[in-house]
Design a protein around this ligand. Structure first.
Ligand code: GLA
Length: 393
């Protein structure tokens, strides 16, 4: 009798355990962001075959980098970061980078620069002109009267050569020919993406030239730390380690001054939500930028061990720390996003649903003698590095 009772209990227990497992696996199936098994994790990364095509005679592909809990997908079309998958505060894999499911949409329409390496000169050059060694160079004016992000094609719409030496690294190279987009010198650019332990994405930039030129390489990933396509970033909290920024004119060209952030909406020296001052219409700089679209003068002195910025996703608890050797950081909050693009998983690029932290030299440096120089000469080796490190709070 007792024996029968015991085996009934065992059966009941087994049934309860089985039902609990079923419920949790159903939950995992209802939404990407609650998935916990490793196959679901992989499914947040688009299929490589959607990136395999030939553009201008060159093969494009998707490279998936892994280290521990972190996965990053990169395509060699524009050296773009397509996905960054990290755990949120509950351990659920979350894709914090804006991107498309395949290579084709990256090639269509105006460039939004999603995830791209921008160059030869990231950010703006006034009136698309600069002088170097007494010679005036003319660039495409693709942003009002100015040149933006390397011109009509730039580095974001070319196919880079790619090599993946191991699971966590991809090395991309591109030869930008003399006078391509109006820039002098054959420039060889090399960008290495590495996923390091502790959920760090490191980007190393190198370049050499055979004639004096100017360059400013950066990465234009749009982040939403609550997950791509999950809604507004206005409640993210941001710290930027900068006492000054470079105020701009109405076309977003720096005036040349370095202005204190004190008492202004640009003071992020202590954490502030993005939205608390992003619509401060009494501030002319906010008006010119349609919100934040400004270069901050970092206090970090090019020290990659000193924190440049820290952002926290209000819902996910995901924290992103930024470290860089660069002197500036362009903070852009998706003021030109308009919901007209369909992102990974059918999400839309709605207004201010992502932000960029483009580590770089200051905009228009070739025309601003008081800004740190962006000139590269033959025999010199251009080198810079940026780390985006993820954790949870
Ligand atoms: C940069 C610019 C912005 C905008 C975006 C792309 O961040 O500073 O003004 O052009 O690129 O839309």
């Amino acid at each position: 009798m007792n024996k029968i009772k015991n085996s009934n209990y065992i059966l009941l227990f087994a049934l309860l355990a089985f039902t609990a497992c079923q419920n949790s696996s159903n939950m995992n199936n209802t939404s990407d962001s609650t998935a916990t098994d490793s196959s679901a994790n992989t499914s947040l990364i688009p299929s490589a075959k959607n990136f395999q095509t030939t553009i201008n005679g060159k093969q494009t592909n998707l490279y998936v980098l892994k280290n521990g809990n972190m996965q990053v997908a990169v395509t060699n079309y524009g050296a773009r970061v397509v996905s960054i998958v990290v755990p949120d505060k509950n351990g659920n894999p979350t894709d914090v980078a804006v991107g498309y499911d395949g290579v084709q949409p990256y090639t269509q329409g105006g460039d939004t620069y999603f995830g791209a390496v921008v160059g030869r000169y990231g950010n703006r050059i006034a009136k698309g002109r600069f002088k170097l060694d007494g010679i005036e160079y003319m660039l495409a004016t693709n942003n009002g009267p100015n040149s933006l992000h390397g011109g009509n094609i730039g580095f974001s719409r070319v196919v880079w050569d790619a090599q993946q030496p191991n699971d966590s690294t991809v090395v991309l190279t591109y030869l930008s020919k003399n006078m391509e987009e109006g820039y002098p010198g054959n420039l060889t650019a090399k960008v290495t993406y590495t996923v390091l332990s502790n959920d760090k994405l490191k980007i190393d930039y190198e370049a050499t030239t055979d004639k004096p030129t100017v360059l400013n390489l950066t990465n234009h990933t749009y982040f939403n730390l609550n997950g791509q396509g999950s809604g507004t970033i206005l409640n993210h909290s941001v710290m930027i380690n900068a006492d000054k920024f470079t105020p701009v004119d109405s076309t977003l060209i720096p005036t040349g001054k370095l202005e204190s952030v004190k008492g202004s909406p640009f003071d992020f020296t202590t954490p502030q939500t993005i939205g608390s001052r992003a619509n401060d219409s009494a501030n002319q700089q906010i008006k010119f930028g349609h919100g934040y679209d400004h270069n901050f003068v970092l206090n970090t002195n090019g020290d990659i061990n000193s924190k440049a910025a820290e952002v926290t996703g209000d819902q996910s608890g995901i924290v992103m720390d930024v470290y860089t050797t660069q002197p500036g950081l362009q903070f852009y909050i998706g003021n030109f996003m308009d919901g007209s693009h369909t992102l990974k998983g059918g999400k839309k690029d709605d207004y201010r649903t992502a932000f960029c932290m483009e580590t770089q030299h200051y905009p228009d440096s070739p025309n601003q003698p008081n800004f740190p120089s962006t000139v590269l000469k033959p025999g010199q080796q251009y080198q810079s590095a940026t780390i985006y490190q993820f954790s949870v709070k």
